[in-house]
Design a protein around this ligand. Structure first.
Ligand SMILES: *[C@@H]1O[C@H](CO)[C@@H](O)[C@H](O)[C@H]1NC(C)=O
Ligand SMILES: *[C@@H]1O[C@H](CO)[C@@H](O)[C@H](O)[C@H]1NC(C)=O
Ligand SMILES: *[C@@H]1O[C@H](CO)[C@@H](O)[C@H](O)[C@H]1NC(C)=O
Ligand SMILES: *[C@@H]1O[C@H](CO)[C@@H](O)[C@H](O)[C@H]1NC(C)=O
Ligand SMILES: *[C@@H]1O[C@H](CO)[C@@H](O)[C@H](O)[C@H]1NC(C)=O
Ligand SMILES: *[C@@H]1O[C@H](CO)[C@@H](O)[C@H](O)[C@H]1NC(C)=O
Ligand SMILES: *[C@@H]1O[C@H](CO)[C@@H](O)[C@H](O)[C@H]1NC(C)=O
Length: 564
């Protein structure tokens, strides 16, 4: 198959949803990456095409009125953990926003507000300080002030929150039913927000929104409380805890919970438009520092994103535990993490194919009225992106969504295609046992299928071919390190474990919602069958500077060297 040609031609229809009808791959893949990402995507044709196409696609958003050209300013950064650097940057400054730029320029170091992206940092800091174990602790372990007062034990569950039932994890996962914060803020004298008052309010007055773990319901109030958990854990104020646990170790020098001060600040400062209290710039309340306060730049958000993808502050296993769905929503494509907003993307399994596989994009969105932001990480391909938006609230608030969608729909499939492109060049091939046993394996990249294909497998001269449906998937296990940065390391030698998946023949039709005729249920059992036959499905790819040099089949003690 002329995959090369497909790879080059396939990006034309990129941002137009390629999947008017979802037709999932015939066989159910394992969740996680389709191919390893130990290569530099910035040299790929797919990313190159995406970069070329992007300005025209943004223009379409202006033309269609989805983005207001004159009123908005925004900056976009797409980066890769294989290079620890940007692979694409784009910015736009509308006429009405020119005056807000303190340096006259909007760039990677320009500071804006990120609103509720703050919540991701609150959870990041708590996990970095205390580990994931803290998720099972009741909040009252850290904030005993929230414990029910004597007569509230007879209180109806409708009339107040029983904080002994609320865990740190429930708050982090937006599953505590703890509601908003505006009623507390509005009730108070704006010059006096005391932690004690906050806790009293949430103990006595806050009506629960849903029962604990009933379902995910977004909660600004919960994140204000979570900030106090962070403060208690670190023995510091929330701003100081952020500084110590995150900003300093990560070199995020342009990030803060209060407005940056100084004459040489590079900022998008809407107070310069004489808006008074109509801008959120400079309106800082320490009591909500953990829920929606942070000022940052795309350069700093890239540092944060790379630190997560590379598991710099948290261990690899802890990072992977954190980056998992913990709840769902009423939509199949929107899951909820801690506090990730996870978009389950159906993307073409290979370039130009109408067969799709799912890839989870970990997002936190945010807004402070006239500033909005998106922070997104795609562990499958080792890329991330950030978007900072400024403009009048009625423009800036909705603008983040078409921007989130456009960057995601352009660069996530492009990164996926880049991985397929790399797999075709550097992973696929024929590998032969040099001892003359008559054993060899041929690995392929096949249109419309996720993972590497096992086109043929000969063992001691015997055909062990299992058909085109045998697919190999990376397992996240490699010989050099448990750090997630090894998933994106493009140089040096390493052994990378893969498992093969081979569905029963004939393959069951996929569920209706996935484009099949299988009704409501999945009947593949793919993830249950792995390793059920004594390691018969384990293959180890030996990578040298990104290219597979040999394939090990441990069950048969075989090492097969690349012949082409
Ligand atoms: C952009 O906003 C300005 C000011 O509100 C308005 O006059 C203009 O019509 C808007 N443009 C578009 C394309 O919506
Ligand atoms: C990227 O950063 C990680 C973590 O610091 C490091 O392990 C890795 O080697 C870096 N990769 C490159 C290409 O610099
Ligand atoms: C419960 O306590 C509150 C104040 O803490 C008090 O006003 C109320 O009368 C008490 N209710 C009962 C039934 O004891
Ligand atoms: C942040 O500031 C420290 C101290 O001034 C400096 O050593 C470091 O290089 C800065 N980091 C970045 C990423 O600019
Ligand atoms: C999907 O692509 C295949 C191969 O290119 C083609 O044969 C098939 O008609 C397509 N199906 C749909 C529904 O577009
Ligand atoms: C693979 O092994 C089979 C059986 O021993 C043999 O016929 C075939 O030529 C081998 N292929 C290669 C590329 O060595
Ligand atoms: C492949 O198929 C052969 C022949 O049907 C069978 O003996 C073997 O167990 C299968 N291997 C795998 C890895 O599924």
């Amino acid at each position: 198959m002329h995959l090369e040609k497909v790879l080059i031609g396939s990006l034309l229809g990129l941002a137009i949803p390629t999947t008017a009808h979802i037709i999932a791959t015939e066989e159910v893949p394992l969740i996680g990456p389709s191919f390893i990402s130990n290569f530099d995507p910035s040299n790929s044709k797919a990313i190159g095409n995406a970069k070329k196409a992007f300005p025209g696609l943004i223009d379409q958003l202006f033309e269609s009125g989805k983005l207001n050209r004159t009123e908005l300013a925004f900056t976009i950064d797409v980066y890769s953990a294989a290079t620890n650097d940007s692979i694409f940057q784009y910015s736009h400054v509308g006429k009405s926003m020119e005056k807000t730029l303190t340096t006259g320029e909007l760039n990677d170091n320009t500071i804006a507000r990120i609103g509720s992206v703050t919540k991701m940092f609150t959870v990041y800091a708590i996990i970095a300080k205390a580990g994931m174990g803290i998720f099972s602790d009741p909040v009252t372990k850290y904030l005993p002030e929230l414990k029910s007062t004597s007569n509230s034990s007879t209180r109806s569950p409708l009339d107040g929150i029983d904080w002994d039932d609320i865990t740190v994890g429930a708050l982090a996962e937006q599953q505590a039913g703890t509601g908003g914060i505006m009623d507390y803020i509005d009730e108070k004298d704006p010059t006096h927000y005391e932690v004690e008052d906050l806790l009293t309010f949430f103990r006595e007055k806050r009506l629960p929104v849903v029962a604990p773990y009933h379902s995910a319901i977004y909660s600004d109030g919960g994140f204000a409380i979570l900030g106090q958990v962070l403060a208690k854990l670190s023995g510091k104020s929330v701003p100081d805890a952020f500084e110590d646990i995150l900003w300093k170790p990560l070199g995020m020098n342009s990030t803060s919970t209060t407005v940056p001060k100084g004459s040489d600040i590079n900022a998008m400062d809407r107070a310069r438009l004489g808006l008074g209290l109509k801008t959120s710039w400079g309106q800082d309340l320490e009591i909500v520092a953990s829920t929606g306060s942070i000022y940052s730049s795309t350069a700093d958000l890239r540092r944060a994103g790379l630190s997560i993808l590379n598991s710099e502050l948290l261990s690899g296993p802890t990072t992977s535990q954190w980056m998992k769905p913990r709840s769902g929503t009423g939509s199949l494509v929107e899951l909820v993490g801690a506090p990730w907003e996870i978009s389950r993307l159906e993307i073409p399994a290979t370039p130009g194919s109408n067969r799709t596989r799912i890839s989870d994009l970990y997002i936190k969105g945010g807004g402070n009225r006239d500033y909005t932001a998106i922070f997104a990480l795609s562990p499958d391909q080792g890329i991330g992106y950030s978007i900072l938006v400024g403009g009048p609230p009625e423009e800036a608030t909705p603008a983040r969504w078409p921007l989130r969608d456009l960057v995601g729909e352009t660069f996530i499939p492009a990164a996926e295609y880049a991985a397929a492109e790399n797999a075709y060049r550097n992973l696929a091939g024929t590998f032969v046992d040099q001892s003359g046993s008559g054993s060899n394996i041929t690995l392929t990249v096949d249109r419309g299928h996720a993972g590497l294909g096992v086109k043929s497998l000969w063992l001691d001269g015997k055909d062990n071919r299992n058909g085109t449906h045998v697919r190999l998937f990376p397992t996240g296990l490699n010989s050099i390190s448990k750090s997630l940065s090894s998933l994106y390391k493009k140089e040096g030698s390493m052994r990378i474990a893969h498992r093969s998946v081979s569905p029963m023949s004939p393959i069951e039709s996929r569920a209706d919602v996935e484009g099949g005729h299988g009704g409501l249920f999945d009947k593949s059992f793919t993830w249950m069958d792995v390793d059920s036959d004594g390691g018969e499905d384990l293959f180890i790819l030996n990578l040298k500077d990104g290219e597979v040099d040999s394939v090990e089949y441990p069950l048969f003690d075989l090492v097969m060297k690349r012949v082409k």
